[in-house]
Design a binder for this molecule. Structure first.
Ligand code: IPD
Ligand code: CA
Ligand code: CA
Ligand code: CA
Length: 267
């Protein structure tokens, strides 16, 4: 992507995200159509779908050679990461959107040949827009955020959903119990995108989850790496952009410590 393109894409994306945020806020007073996807906790509303279609309409019109991967399936059939790829979660944290009308986000990661170029996570209810541009830092509502500094488990606030601390088929949950005992505290916000934005902004020191889809982590990965944090699977491997992955992200020092002291020896 040339510099010109890049700024233009950023400007457009930010304007569309703000507009999407207004559409979502306007919907708060209206009755919602809620349907289940794979099971009773896997919810989707008409807003998830219409926001995704809104982005795709604008992207197709303004950047016809760009491709889109979206959670609700209105984008392209993506099997490789070539060219400019927008990875969109129109509403991340749909359960929160329905139950709380806060703690959800619009999440967009823009990749060029598989490399993260621009990341946007917009907390609509709080009007907090986290953005990152490759080699240009992370911003919150236009204010540059500091680079992440090293920390240790004993001084950290750790993002983790209690599900992963109960017996589950993906992972030996007992490996994670020391996170609860040794950290200063654990938190769960119910939106992976926001949790990753909070890691990038230093509000959480780490976040770990056993299964995310590309639209859940695409923007957050760009933000955290740009802030100097580390993003891998729970096995310490690189994240595979177009697949479901476990995700363990956090500050330097802490990430290495948890990998070494708690997570080594699994697989
Ligand atoms: C979900 C949220 C949630 C995470 C789930 C995701 P959605 O996304 O990010 O925090 O634990 O794995 O599917 O469905 O609300 O966009
Ligand atoms: Ca969903
Ligand atoms: Ca999501
Ligand atoms: Ca979603």
């Amino acid at each position: 992507m040339e510099t010109m393109d890049y700024n233009q894409i950023k400007q457009r994306a930010e304007a569309w995200i703000k507009e999407a945020g207004n559409m979502i806020k306007d919907s708060f007073d209206r009755e919602r159509t809620i349907t289940y996807k794979s099971h009773a906790a896997d919810l989707v509303t008409e807003m998830d779908k219409s926001i995704e279609r809104y982005f795709i309409r604008h992207i197709n019109h303004e950047f016809p050679d760009h491709r889109v991967l979206g959670e609700e399936g209105y984008g392209d059939n993506i099997t490789d990461a070539s060219g400019v790829l927008w990875i969109i979660d129109p509403i991340d944290g749909t359960t929160n959107f329905i139950h709380q009308q806060c703690n959800f986000a619009v999440s967009i990661g823009i990749y060029f040949n598989g490399i993260g170029m621009l990341g946007f996570i917009y907390d609509v209810a709080k009007d907090e827009l986290f953005t990152a541009e490759k080699n240009n830092g992370v911003y919150l509502n236009g204010q540059k955020l500091p680079m992440l500094q090293k920390t240790v488990l004993e001084e950290c606030v750790f993002g983790i959903n209690a599900t992963w601390l109960t017996p589950n088929r993906r992972f030996d949950h007992t490996l994670l119990l020391p996170v609860v005992k040794r950290s200063r505290g654990t938190r769960s916000y119910g939106s992976a995108a926001l949790e990753m934005a909070y890691v990038a902004a230093g509000r959480l020191d780490a976040y770990l989850t056993m299964r995310l889809s590309p639209w859940d982590f695409a923007a957050g990965k760009i933000l955290i790496e740009e802030a100097g944090g580390i993003v891998t699977t729970v096995y310490g491997d690189e994240i595979s952009l177009l697949e479901q992955n476990s995700v363990f992200c956090g500050k330097p020092g802490l990430h290495e410590q948890v990998m070494k002291e708690l997570l080594s020896g699994q697989k």
